[in-house]
Design a binder for this molecule. Structure first.
Ligand code: CTP
Ligand code: MG
Length: 252
């Protein structure tokens, strides 16, 4: 590689991405899952895919969607020319969907056959604002440590409630972080962690970094990410995402 190519591609091992996008977006109250809602005419998930496709050191992207969304997803990939992307069928929980995405790199005959990456980035399809330098940070940290993930300072104090709905206790806010995505893992570690997952973990668990710690003893590096990593969760978040995209278009 010439020096300029190396500068542009600072990663010399295979990296792939899994984008879980098989949820139904209940909290938006909309009939269309939020990942397919249009922002300035384009589906939200297409912005997220684009943020990864423009990174030269990312080889493959797997989007995990519900069975009934497969054809719509295929149309989006075609229309917006997302050539690095393969579609995998999701499961009933986010953990199931992610594991299905990971299987695409491991089991011949199950879904698309893709080269097994050294590091896999897992990122919610409904967080469209990503910068390459942050992806690089978590990717290199995962290669070193085994796992890494984005965190943000808490904006509210976390309290535990009694069954009667009264305050039980509160947590010391400065000690805790909100876990966001992207997260990155040595592929073999997160794959093995999911293989060892119990049914209860698949059903109720929400933290991939914790699976790597519990099942593989892998320490996860927490890295403070930019405020733009927030997740589209409620209906008004779609309007906020539109405002951010409009602003970035006006600056470019
Ligand atoms: N997800 C998934 N498979 C599931 C559930 C969730 O791939 N069975 C994905 C979502 O599509 C989303 C990400 O996981 O990209 C984060 O989940 P969340 O924000 O909770 O999305 P939804 O589950 O769709 O929304 P809600 O919880 O409001 O129903
Ligand atoms: Mg959910």
């Amino acid at each position: 590689l010439s020096e300029s190519t190396q500068e542009r591609c600072p990663v010399n091992f295979p990296v792939a991405v899994v984008l879980p996008a098989a949820g139904s977006g209940e909290r938006t109250g909309l009939s269309t899952p939020k990942q397919f809602c249009r922002i300035l005419g384009r589906p939200l998930i297409s912005y997220t895919i684009h943020a990864f496709e423009r990174v030269c050191w990312i080889d493959n992207i797997v989007v995990v969607v519900a069975k009934e969304s497969h054809d719509m997803m295929a149309d989006i990939l075609h229309k917006y020319n997302h050539t690095k992307v393969k579609i995998v069928e999701g499961g009933p929980t986010r953990h199931r969907s992610i594991f299905n995405g990971l299987l695409a790199f491991s089991e011949p005959g199950v879904g698309p056959k893709l080269q097994k990456p050294k590091v896999v980035i897992i990122h919610d399809a409904v967080r469209p604002f990503l910068e390459e330098d942050f992806l690089l940070k978590i990717t290199l940290a995962a290669k070193e440590q085994g796992a890494s993930g984005a965190v943000r300072p808490l904006v509210s104090t976390v309290v535990a409630a009694t069954t009667g709905g009264c305050l039980d206790y509160s947590l010391e806010r400065a000690k805790y972080r909100a876990s966001e995505t992207p997260q990155a893992f040595i592929y073999d570690i997160i794959y093995q962690a999911y293989q060892q997952c119990s049914e209860a973990e698949f059903q109720f668990g929400t933290e991939c970094l914790d699976l790597a710690l519990q099942h593989c003893g892998t320490r996860a590096q927490l890295i403070e990410g930019p405020p733009t990593l927030w997740k589209v969760t409620h209906k008004q978040d779609l309007a906020s995402a539109e405002a951010v995209i409009k602003e970035s278009l006006s600056q470019s």
